[in-house]
Design a protein around this ligand. Structure first.
Ligand SMILES: Nc1ncnc2c1ncn2[C@@H]1O[C@H](COP(=O)(O)OP(=O)(O)OP(=O)(O)O)[C@@H](O)[C@H]1O
Ligand SMILES: [Mg+2]
Length: 424
């Protein structure tokens, strides 16, 4: 670790304050559209960090969005199980040759072990449980954003999902959502208001976002952006399973999914690429043939990719359906164990098979553990709901009293009576 580049911290808005005296830049992890992500190490404690360094001319709103959501997430209990932890902002300079650079702005994060893309590149086969874990983690993140902050991510894709290896060897890794530059806080039920700029990554756009992208946002004053995230998640899952980037047909100008420009997904049920998506889903089915719960899974992915967003499932529904698939799998495992026990009584050598089943049980334990985590993360939301309910009940009561008072006044006011009579 000799000669690692020292960075000079000018302002350290981290919470709790991070001691960065021994921090060094190891290398650039990635070049993104907003700048670069650096791999930092604290040479004293060996703690690793990822620093998202913003380009000088990066739009301030994007940085604000990212800072804002990270601050909000830090107030949520257990959020680091679903999102990489953000320590805060740094203003710093580093040595470009012998000279110190101008001041730069960066966001300091815990370092993940790589993106979903990298994870898949290292994994020759993805078991059905590993796949369900990935889907569950992505959906959990989106569900938490929706339920706690009424926020859509709007840039779900494999390179915006990172993984962290489990501490226990037999546990499953955690997959976390990153990159909040396109997130949208929604005041009322997931609507994309007029005039919102369409950004994100066109390849993963939902049909309604793509329609707005090609036709201009003025036509899109009622998009349920949560369902847009559900579509991008569906595409990401397909690519996760097939381990390749899907190639949608392009027009002569090289524009992907151009035919979606003329099919408004708010009024059209069938999309121009539905058959193409159907074929991909069939391919997936073939890959996991024989797995208990695969039919339910296939149906779920198919619904996430419906052209008309009203037909797509909500994150809560996705969560419940994943739980159901797990139950179906668990029942199937129990049946296999019973079968094994019977074979054992029959005196056959079943050790190998038994080990196999035990391994499957361990994997399932990991999934169940993740389910419990989510319960805690959502408990804050339940608290808020209760508060909201109490407030609503209070307003209802006040309104009732008010109405009764009005009735009373009307009864005692002859003018009011005649007005009422006249209106009939
Ligand atoms: N906490 C982290 N740990 C490890 N790698 C990270 C971390 N954060 C980001 N990266 C890496 O840096 C890449 C870019 O990060 P991020 O998506 O936040 O930036 P971006 O500029 O918004 O990217 P893009 O516009 O290309 O989506 C990620 O795809 C990932 O490879
Ligand atoms: Mg990104």
């Amino acid at each position: 670790m000799d000669n690692l580049n020292k960075i000079v911290i000018r302002a350290n808005k981290t919470d709790p304050l991070v001691d960065l005296d021994f921090i060094r830049k190891v290398k650039i992890l990635n070049h993104g559209s907003f700048g670069e992500v650096w791999f930092l190490i604290d040479e004293k404690s060996s703690k690793e960090y990822a620093l998202k360094v913003f380009r000088e001319n990066c739009e301030p709103e994007k940085i604000e969005k990212e800072v804002d959501l990270n601050k909000k997430l830090s107030t949520l209990k257990n959020s680091h199980d679903y999102f990489v932890f953000c320590y805060g902002e740094l203003i710093f300079s580093d040595f470009e040759g012998p000279d110190l650079s101008e001041d730069k702005l960066g966001l300091l994060f815990e370092k993940a072990d790589g993106t979903l893309t990298k994870y898949l590149a290292k994994k020759p086969i993805l078991s059905f449980d590993e796949l369900l874990n990935i889907v569950k983690c992505i959906n959990d993140g989106l569900l938490i954003l929706q339920q706690n902050f009424q926020c859509s991510h709007l840039d779900i894709k494999p390179s915006n999902i990172v993984f962290q290896k489990p501490i226990e060897k037999d546990d499953l890794p955690k997959f976390k959502l990153i990159d909040y530059g396109e997130t949208l806080f929604i005041k009322s039920i997931g609507t994309l208001a007029k005039g919102i700029t369409i950004a994100g990554t066109p390849h993963y756009f939902s049909p309604e976002i793509n329609f707005a992208y090609f036709n201009g946002t003025d036509t899109t004053n009622a998009i349920n952006t949560y369902k847009s995230d559900a579509y991008s998640m569906g595409l990401t899952i397909i690519e996760t399973i097939l381990k390749r980037k899907i190639k949608f047909p392009k027009n002569q100008k090289g524009e992907e999914r151009f035919d979606e420009k003329i099919h408004d997904p708010r009024s059209v049920e069938m999309g121009p690429y539905d058959n193409f998506i159907g074929e991909l889903i069939e391919e997936i089915k073939g890959q996991y043939q024989g797995e208990a719960g695969i039919n339910d899974f296939i149906e779920l992915i198919g619904e996430m990719l419906k052209y008309n967003y009203n037909k797509r499932p909500s994150f809560v529904e996705i969560e419940l359906r994943i739980r159901k698939i797990l139950e179906v799998e668990k029942k199937d495992l129990d049946r296999k164990v019973r079968l094994l026990e019977n074979m054992k009584e029959g005196g056959e050598n079943v050790e190998e098979l038994k080990q196999e089943v035990e391994k499957l049980y361990d994997e399932k334990d990991g999934l169940v553990k993740n389910l419990d985590d989510l319960k805690e993360a959502l408990s804050q939301k339940e608290e808020n709901e209760q508060k909201f309910k109490r407030k609503y009940e209070k307003i209802k009561l006040e309104n009732q009293i008010l109405l009764e008072n009005i009735k009373e006044i009307k009864k005692n006011d002859p003018k009011e009576e005649t007005k009422e009579e006249r209106s009939f």
